[in-house]
Design a protein around this ligand. Structure first.
Ligand code: ATR
Length: 274
């Protein structure tokens, strides 16, 4: 019986890929007393449901849909979680809630040798994923602009990041304006193109991409999205979101265990599970 337990809470949570990714890493590192499992907690009993892992001595948990925002009232959110407006990782020893998405994203860009500081980066979307991207990119020294279907939501994101983290200089643009802004990076943080709508793209069909562009698509199912195919057809470079998924998990793993997990293995098991 493992004595060191971690896991993920969500509703539903059965489809989460986190257990296989973390348990594969425990196994590879011969960490036999550690185990990661999935706990389904309905939203109306989140507060009560949190007692379950706490009382059973869990060291920490990941948090997924629909609890990422609601859990903020039951833990101590750090600056990242407050800026991103969501907690995806909790350490019960300190009761601190953090968000590992921004760092996972930036680490994956760096792993792909994508330059960030001083570059112009265009973020598509204004939900939770976009908040993490804008926060991470701005903190890493990029000049960021946002395009979103609902412009008022993008404006709200900009105001929130200024108020919660002092991040300024983020512009809201239309896609047509953004097309000749001269960015070197486009990050898709919308759900457009996600399985099963694999032929949809957030980029207008014949709108050219800037020369030398890199597209990072946070969508990882399918592995090669319509946006990525469009970008490559225009001579650009495209990176899918699987690496970010592995790296946001790896940061949580290291936070709980103090051990850096094998990223390549985590990515490989994710790929196989998809
Ligand atoms: P998450 O928290 O995972 O980022 P979300 O908050 O639901 O998810 O955000 C989804 C993003 O995808 C939003 O930016 C949404 O645009 P709106 O703010 O206008 O809703 C964007 N999105 C979803 N479907 C879209 C579509 N068909 N066309 C354009 N944008 C879309």
């Amino acid at each position: 019986m493992p004595s060191k337990r971690v896991g993920v809470i969500g509703f539903p949570v059965e489809h989460s890929l986190s257990p296989i990714m973390h348990n594969a890493a425990f196994e590879a590192l011969n960490m036999r007393d550690w185990h990661y499992d999935a706990m389904s907690i309905p939203p109306d009993i989140l507060r009560l449901g949190l007692r379950e892992p706490r009382d059973h001595g869990y060291i920490g948990i990941n948090v997924t849909v629909p609890h990422k925002e609601a859990i903020m009232q039951y833990v101590r959110p750090d600056e990242k979680a407050r800026a991103i407006g969501a907690v995806n990782t909790v350490d019960f020893r300190s009761n601190i809630g953090t968000n590992t998405d921004a760092d996972g994203f930036i680490k994956d860009l760096r792993a792909h040798d994508v330059h960030i500081a001083g570059e112009r980066a265009l973020v598509l979307g204004a939900g939770g994923a976009a908040r993490a991207a804008v926060y991470g990119l701005a903190r890493a020294g990029a000049k960021v602009a946002i395009v979103n279907r609902t412009e008022s939501r993008a404006e709200a994101l900009v105001r929130h990041l200024r108020a919660s983290a002092g991040i300024g200089g983020v512009d809201v643009k239309t896609l047509a304006e953004a097309a000749d802004w001269g960015m070197s990076l486009i990050v898709n943080c919308t759900s457009v193109g996600l399985h099963p709508h694999i032929d949809q793209s957030p980029w207008i069909q014949d709108l050219p991409f800037p020369a030398g562009i890199t597209v990072y698509d946070m969508v990882y199912r399918p592995a090669n999205t319509a946006l990525m195919r469009q970008c490559v057809a225009h001579g650009g470079r495209a990176i899918g979101g699987l690496g970010m998924l592995a790296r946001q998990g790896a940061i949580a793993f290291e936070l709980w265990t103090g051990v850096a997990p094998p990223i390549d293995l985590m990515q490989r098991v994710l790929q196989e599970a998809l």
